[in-house]
Design a protein around this ligand. Sequence first.
Ligand code: ADP
Ligand code: ZN
Length: 716
Amino acid sequence: MIIMYDILQKYFGYTSFYPLQEEIINEALSRRDVFVLMPTGGGKSLCYQLPAMLLDGLTIVISPLIALMKDQVDGLLADGIPATLINSSLTYSEIEARRRSLANNEVRILYIAPERLVMPEFLQFLQGLKIALFAIDESHCISEWGHDFRPEYRQLNMLKERFPGVPIMALTATATAVVQEDIIKQLKIADGKTFKASFNRKNLYYQIRPKENPYQQLLRYLDGKKTDSGIIYCQSRKTVENVAGSLKSEGYRALPYHAGLPSEARSENQERFIRDDVEIIVATIAFGMGIDKPNVRYVVHYDLPKSIEGYYQETGRAGRDGLKSDCILFFSYGDKYKIEHFIKQKEDENEREVAYKQLRELTNYCEGNVCRRKMLLAYFGEVFSEQNCGACDICLEPKELFEGTVAAQKALSCIYRVGERFGVNYVIDVLLGSKNQKVLQNHHDEIKTFGVGKEYSKIQWQTFIRELVQLGYARLEGDEYPILKLGEKSRQVLMQNEKVFLTKPVEKHIIQKVAAGDNYDRVLFDRLRALRKAAADKEGVPPYVIFHDTSLKEMSIRYPGSLADLRKIGGVGEMKLKKYGDAFLREILNYCTQQGIKQKPNTLKYQEAPIKQQKSLTAQVTFDLYKQGLSLQQIAARRGLAPSTIYSHLEKLILEGEAVVLDNLMDSKKQQHIKQVCLEMDTELLTPLKEKLGEDYSYEEIRLVRAQLIMEERND
Ligand code: ADP
Ligand code: ZN
């Protein structure tokens, strides 16, 4: 229990668990099988990464995408967790070296693809190791019912026989029940508990806009978002290329991704997106599985997706980090017909029916006047009972009705006068008085309703007509090119003047930017982001491996003024503080000085772990020797470690609250002087302190005294 919180703070830099994480981790620590259902962003990784630090033996993480494994391992290494991967990107001798360090127990977590795991020779090697846990990520890949079935995954069904007694943790974000049952059956983990987190993604804002001129609508949306990361899903490769190319010429950094590109180009574009070299990826649904990028601020569906399940997965890639993000869908009937057209070509009747059903469900979702979140969750069997979700277009922009009898009469009479033989767009052309060839050919420029609808736009008429269909005044016949006909209730409007109420036209089509309203210092955030990017490039890792946007935003709200304050920012663990603390603090400090922002040290509330930190063992050994009166050099020699390591042990001990007396190391006058300078300069940054103190003082000495000062201030 207690140790769990220690590890959470020390390595991951978090102070509390997300829902269900603690329960799941407890199951893992009790060495029981467990099935974890959590939406994207729910915090699945921690469920096996944390136990890996506590369990006796190796945790093996099975993950489908070789290309993304390195980032995951880099992320763990940055937190100070010994992790490695074995896959086909490595040379034979590299693999050998890694196998040796596995055999020597130097690694806590191994990432591996299923096809490698099931190689007979590799299985044999694993059987010689002590394995604590198999964590199977994206476990829905094992099921043929799922949307990402992978034959290699199917072979994992032998794990229980080959490794009896080794617990399995299966994880997925797929919400459908058939797939869930199948996973449990295939992996033979029916005795284990299932944990299902809510699939509500609170930080996502769902919006559906009528699709008029989508590219312009997209540009309007993107305005002012040049530095935000986003995914734009399109239906065809051609649209992907067009949109990506156009955005580029508009000055956005955008790249395409679809199955028609050579695989090197695909991985390169993906990589550049993940590393924040470009902000936008324009893609078909081929893009996205396993992408861990936490700071995707928006997902736009430029075209209609194929199913609610797909839409949920795709939008789910936004806002993994928990910060507000937008999910925008451009809806048009044209797209619907296009998809129907595809469905028609399917040979298999069963497949066709499933596809039609999925499309129907999706159109209901788009046309419905019900909270989007409520409908999405209902689809996955979850009840959302709040009146107003506060983050969807239906809840935020309630529709206002107006008496639209005249508009309805115009539309219905036009449908009648063109002989109930044309589609929606044609009828609108006539209403708007368009002199296109087809209209002229049919002499519909001579009928009474020609040009009577000019007070409304094309898009507005589309909305009206859709509503007239929903209300039963008109109807659509046929699948591919539906014909607009009069509905049963049309007589009452045309002949008896029945009043019709329609949704009031909205003037602005500009999409609200809910996600932009966060209350943080954008200038500082951008500066920290640039610093992060430079460090990431230097190390060859994605920026989020260094710090997540959440951490940078918190810094840009709180302006931490000391390392101790920085440590209290979410996501800043011990390792990261050590590695990046000085650089980030300096940037914040410089900024605050320039802007005249007064930092208040120690104003952040420090959430203590429930119990004092567990002391690290190796530092403790050093401490014992130190207490016996050995000099620093003697300890170093005795332990075969560098003196600088011994210094850092002592620093750590001080920060963990041990009373380390420094008198053996430097005389008290020196200690006094360092303290005085720290306080005078009101800084914890080493470089300026060292400059001021000069040659007679070593970095190590300054660090030790600084650590004592931090503790004194904390205990005030
Ligand atoms: P999933 O795999 O379920 O999509 P991740 O494991 O990638 O989710 O976690 C999503 C995000 O939440 C990551 O940015 C992760 O660092 C963060 N996170 C996970 N657990 C916690 C926690 N207990 N406190 C704060 N942030 C967390
Ligand atoms: Zn809502």
